[in-house]
Design a protein. Structure first.
Length: 191
């Protein structure tokens, strides 16, 4: 399939103006568009993790930007630790899985990479599937996080997520893409 050959909008050629530079994000303006850019070029990773008991691992945490508790899949930034700034997606997934959930995996498989919010951010996220999980600690995140781990039977995950939404939790929509990837993993398994 050929890439889209439609002409680019005028904003695509406009000069870029930096509006703000932070530790993790920068705010830019190009033409009429304002958008944020991740300062770590490797982006983020979402870990698709299923325990040996066929339970999906979800994490719950309070997210300041939306002022709400969220339910998400384990995830994190790639290369956000100074001495590991050049780490790859798979290494970051392994680190974040254990840090957030207390589970270590024996094998990881890259699934897909794409934008987290293409109209607002340059951030790219990668989905990675973790296999052969073993519980090694309580999890809960690092000293800056307060993460609650939920292990939910796979066949109850959809109902469980909608019940949490009814209770007022914000459910990350990328979770549903992750569930689809898990249920259709035969399409993505390495040959």
């Amino acid at each position: 399939m050929k890439p889209n050959t439609h002409p680019l909008p005028a904003d695509a050629h406009a000069s870029v103006e930096m509006l703000y530079q932070g530790r993790w994000l920068s705010l830019y303006k190009r033409g009429r568009w304002e958008y944020v850019e991740r300062t770590n070029p490797a982006g983020a990773v979402i870990i698709l993790a299923v325990t040996p008991e066929d339970e999906l691992l979800f994490v719950e945490q309070y997210r300041v930007p939306i002022q709400q508790h969220t339910i998400e899949m384990p995830a994190g930034l790639v290369g956000d630790i100074a001495e590991q700034a050049d780490e790859g997606v798979l290494l970051a997934a392994q680190r974040e899985l254990e840090e957030e959930t207390g589970y270590r995996c024996q094998r990881l498989e890259f699934i897909h990479r794409g934008p987290s919010s293409s109209g607002m951010s340059t951030e790219m996220i990668a989905f990675v599937r973790a296999y052969d999980l073993e519980k090694v600690s309580a999890g809960g995140g690092d000293e800056t996080e307060n993460i609650i781990v939920h292990a939910v039977p796979r066949n109850e995950a959809g109902a469980w997520l909608f019940a949490r939404a009814a209770e007022g939790y914000s459910i990350d929509p990328k979770l549903f893409a992750g569930l689809w990837f898990i249920e259709h993993e035969n399409l993505f398994k390495a040959k």
